[in-house]
Design a protein around this ligand. Structure first.
Ligand code: PLP
Length: 503
């Protein structure tokens, strides 16, 4: 049996299912597996012959040892299928030129890579509830700046013994993002506009989690609060799969030989996506460099280059908003593993980050990290130029997040011309999700019109097809019209769970 414990101490020891139910460890650390399982060359070769769902079964089984093969299969078949994904290969790899490929992670229901994890996590959670004999109903609270809220709603809608309540900042999301949420169907979903910004919504949710009297009251009524954010192990583990899947596809197409190393280039925010690549490498996947791409919020670039993490800097709003982050929570898991499980040092650095806003890792830790990772960043101007150039030269349409990664890969190649390994660039959002920026990049001037006009303009210009989840929005009725002030959020949760409010 594989057990999980905290990055900050080893007293707690849970199964995967229990760790997924709990979300965060009691000491504030993140759950990590006690050991990292291995995938043999023979197992890797076998993956080339399997569809995505079965690749997922094989990889997940290594970590979720308290789930039966049938339970895992039920989860992967339910998560990755034609009703949610508009591509039969789920995470298709597009070869571009001789030694570059793009791994498209945005074919799910909300057109962003969050779907890869959030289609699976609710199913893993639901199985865990059943297996652990939990009688409570799990209430997922989400504060969102846009993408996560919709992906979580789609993932949790109509999942047994769960409810989901999403708070979004009234003035802080794009028109399309708002429509994606307020038209959400499902018998267990609620969506509320908070009169404030993302920080207000986030603080409101944290306050609800931390109010022990309120939590006790809810437990008395048969509810337990839980979260779907990216520190949950159940969100990280599904992401390991597509690194293996990309490798299997490259082998299957004879682009690389079995055992040949490849690089991955990852547009990074909370460090969840790229950390999944680190686990894949530790499991035996032949990975050369993991290239970490940031936007102007380049705190990770500085850390990976210098060994000092310093969040005391200006926050920039960029055209790749899902990477506008100054505290990359999942880095904590890397620190734990890279120090061979030194919970004391990990806890010390996290404490320093919390109290002083910065920490510096030891020299040898920095060197170990730099063996594996390379990092750089691209600002909005470079992002626009890259979208333009990639479309011009390759007829490939990159969204701003993907373009940041593309640009950083160019810089890596310029700095390391000796590295001839194939690069896989992770593409994290459909270009249609950011039609305004993409049109600006292609045409050199700001496009005019509402969100739907821009979707159609981008389709007309490029011949690319608008994802059906976005195209269909215009026809859907608005189902969620309630708003509240930040101080009212807790009351709203109480009312909804008491059935006093239209749900
Ligand atoms: C969430 C997100 C990212 C960042 O991923 P992390 O796992 O937080 O590093 C990048 N691009 C898009 C489009 C995203 O939604």
């Amino acid at each position: 049996m594989m057990y999980y414990h905290s990055t900050r101490g080893k007293a707690e020891r849970l199964t995967a299912g229990a760790a997924i139910l709990q979300g965060i460890a009691a000491d504030g650390g993140l759950f990590v597996p006690e050991s990292i399982p291995v995938v043999t060359a023979a197992e890797l070769a076998e993956l080339t012959r399997l569809p995505y769902q079965q690749r997922a079964e094989k990889i997940l089984a290594k970590f979720l040892t308290d789930y039966s093969a049938e339970e895992i299969a039920r989860c992967t078949q339910g998560a990755y299928n034609a009703s949610g994904f508009d591509h039969p290969r789920i995470a298709p790899l597009q070869q571009i030129g001789k030694n570059t490929a793009v791994l498209e992670l945005w074919h799910g229901p909300t057109s962003a890579f969050k779907d890869m994890a959030l289609q699976l996590l609710p199913r893993l959670l639901s199985e865990a509830i059943r297996k652990n004999g939990e009688t409570a109903e799990y209430v997922i609270l989400v504060a969102t700046s846009g993408d996560t809220g919709k992906a979580a709603l789609e993932g949790f809608k109509d999942v047994d013994q769960t409810r989901i309540i999403v708070f979004y900042p009234d003035a802080g999301v794009s028109e399309i993002q708002r429509l994606q949420m307020v038209t959400q169907e499902g018998s267990n979903v609620a969506v509320l506009a908070v009169d404030g910004n993302f920080d207000d919504a986030q603080t409101g949710v944290k306050d609800i989690f931390n109010d022990s009297a309120f939590n006790e009251r809810l437990q008395g009524a048969g509810f337990r609060l839980s979260s779907a954010n990216s520190i949950n192990w159940g969100r990280l583990v599904p992401q390991i799969v597509y690194y293996f899947s990309a490798y299997a596809d490259l082998c299957g197409e004879n682009t690389i030989k079995a055992g040949e190393e490849i690089n991955f280039v990852v547009p990074t925010g909370n460090f969840g996506n790229i950390l999944a690549g680190y686990y894949a490498k530790r499991m035996g996947l032949p990975v050369g460099k993991l290239i970490c791409a940031s936007n102007s919020n380049n705190v990770l670039t500085d850390f990976l280059q210098s060994g000092t993490y310093d969040r005391r800097r200006t926050f920039h709003k960029t055209m790749s908003p899902s990477m506008d982050i100054l505290i990359s929570s999942n880095l904590e898991r890397l620190l734990y593993h890279i120090t061979n499980g030194d919970t004391q040092r990990t806890a010390k650095w996290m404490k320093e980050l919390q109290t002083t806003g910065h920490y510096t890792v030891d020299e040898e830790v920095r060197r170990d990290i730099q063996e594996l990772f390379w990092a750089d960043w691209a600002d909005d101007e470079a992002t626009l130029a890259t979208i333009h150039e990639v479309y011009d030269k390759e007829r490939y349409l990159a969204d701003p997040h993907t373009a940041v990664a593309w640009q950083v890969n160019e810089r890596y190649r310029a700095a390391h011309s000796e590295d001839r390994r194939t690069a896989v660039i992770l593409s994290t959002a459909s270009p249609f999700k950011f039609s305004d920026s993409v049109l600006l990049a292609l045409e050199g001037k700001a496009p005019q019109g509402d969100g739907f006009t821009l979707l159609e303009a981008l389709a007309a210009k490029t011949g690319w097809i608008i994802p059906k989840g976005l195209a269909g929005l215009r026809a859907l009725p608005v189902l969620h019209k309630t708003g509240c002030a930040p101080v009212e959020m807790q009351d709203m949760v109480a009312h909804m769970l008491a059935g006093n409010c239209e749900y």
